[in-house]
Design a protein around this ligand. Structure first.
Ligand SMILES: Cc1cc2nc3c(=O)[nH]c(=O)nc-3n(C[C@H](O)[C@H](O)[C@H](O)COP(=O)(O)OP(=O)(O)OC[C@H]3O[C@@H](n4cnc5c(N)ncnc54)[C@H](O)[C@@H]3O)c2cc1C
Length: 360
């Protein structure tokens, strides 16, 4: 994929993020693994993985990758899988072309990993659903046209499509986090926000399963693009280890350095294998609950270790302000938390093995 982001004008942060996102949409990036009858390419998840890795390598922008994944797995696929015919006809074409940006709002100030602690409410009224509550750390909020928002209707977790121009819906652009900075993020405040009945997505009470499915896909595939970034990270480290002279020899001649590089390569290729295994399973209509948790757990930890190794090998020059290589350490810290933290992935894996906290 050709990505010449430098030709895009330098505008405000949010506007630039939205423009980068829509530029990728224009290139057809959001059409992979979407059935042809819904306007997609009708190709495989394996094709999606290749396209995302190519994007990662070309743009080296983890924020853009996060933004694209939040849109695809948080809004596009839930509407594809759970939308009514009418909802699919209204939203899908706009979400796969270069029209609308979406995302999903699950996390709240007092509730991250613990879905049982979510408190946003939805109340049925004859005019529509009345939503009340506040979401936090929602990727794409400042640039989103719509978000799939999870709230309790009759105490049952359910999903609703909220538009940024709905009255009494506030899509804020704070607080931000230090990782994946080019992805916009913020709180979603809904205060007596009335939305039409037609914007309930899925059935009342299907919120839990919808969240699990969205997060499974996000966990499985978000690192496809990050592999592209890690490939660039590794190339840089190898080049530096050859060019930097220490005691008259190239830096990589030191085994302490070359072994770190070998470990980085092994981690990168292992993430690739895991992501492609998830794609293979999806392409064969198999479940990915275990594989996606394993992928996310391994990839998040591996990305952090490789980012720490890269900074150590490149030395202080990689720590200059705004250096992309040092920035990857913050990105990796975020990657161990988003889509469910490393600890939560371990809980899922242990529960699937018939043990641990999640086993009932
Ligand atoms: C870059 C980024 C993008 C994000 N984008 C979105 C988004 O688009 N939409 C959205 O809804 N949310 C988003 N989030 C929020 C993210 O999903 C939450 O941060 C995540 O679920 C963890 O919740 P928390 O931060 O509240 O931590 P908590 O749940 O409070 O956990 C704190 C710590 O305790 C550990 N812990 C919690 N429970 C257990 C347990 N049972 N066993 C062992 N350890 C446990 C956690 O692993 C963590 O280390 C994003 C976060 C980041 C960093």
């Amino acid at each position: 994929m050709e990505m010449d982001m430098s030709r895009l004008p330098d505008i405000g942060n949010n506007a630039a993020s939205r423009r980068r996102f829509l530029y990728c949409a224009c290139q057809g990036l959001l059409k992979h693994a979407v059935p042809a009858q819904c306007g997609g390419y009708g190709d495989r998840f394996t094709d999606l993985v290749s396209a995302h890795e190519a994007l990662g390598k070309a743009c080296k922008d983890t924020g853009l990758l996060l933004s694209i994944n939040a849109h695809i797995w948080g809004a596009l696929f839930p509407i594809l899988n759970y939308g009514t015919i009418r909802q699919r006809s209204i939203y899908l074409q706009n979400l796969i072309s270069s029209q609308w940006v979406g995302g999903h709002a699950i996390t709240e100030i007092q509730a991250g990993s613990d879905l049982k602690a979510l408190t946003m409410t939805a109340e049925y009224t004859p005019e529509g659903f009345l939503l009340n509550g506040r979401k936090r750390f929602i990727t794409n909020t400042p640039i989103a046209d719509l978000l799939v928002v999870y709230a309790r209707l009759d105490n049952k977790l359910s999903a609703f499509i909220v538009h940024n121009n709905d009255e009494d819906a506030n899509f804020l652009d704070f607080p931000q986090v230090s990782g994946c900075q080019s992805a916009t993020m913020g709180d979603v405040m809904l205060e007596n926000c009335l939305i039409p009945h037609s914007r309930q997505l899925g059935k009342t009470g299907s919120g839990n399963i919808m969240i699990q499915q969205a997060l499974e896909l996000e966990r499985a595939f978000i690192f496809a693009g990050f592999c592209g970034v890690m490939d660039w990270q590794l190339d840089n480290v190898i080049r530096f280890s050859r060019e930097r002279k220490i005691n008259g020899a190239h830096l990589g001649k030191n085994q302490a350095i070359s072994h770190k590089i070998a470990d980085m390569k092994l981690r990168l290729d292992t993430i690739r294998l895991w992501v492609n295994e998830c794609a293979r399973l999806k392409d064969n209509n198999k479940r990915i609950t275990l594989a996606s948790a394993q992928t996310k757990l391994f990839a998040g930890e591996a990305f952090l270790q490789s980012s720490l190794d890269a900074v150590q090998i490149l030395g202080s020059s990689s720590l200059t302000i705004d250096n992309a290589m040092a920035g990857l350490v913050s990105d990796a810290l975020g990657s161990r938390l988003f889509s469910g933290s490393s600890e939560i992935q371990k809980n899922i894996i242990a529960a699937l093995l018939g043990t641990g906290e999640g086993y009932k």
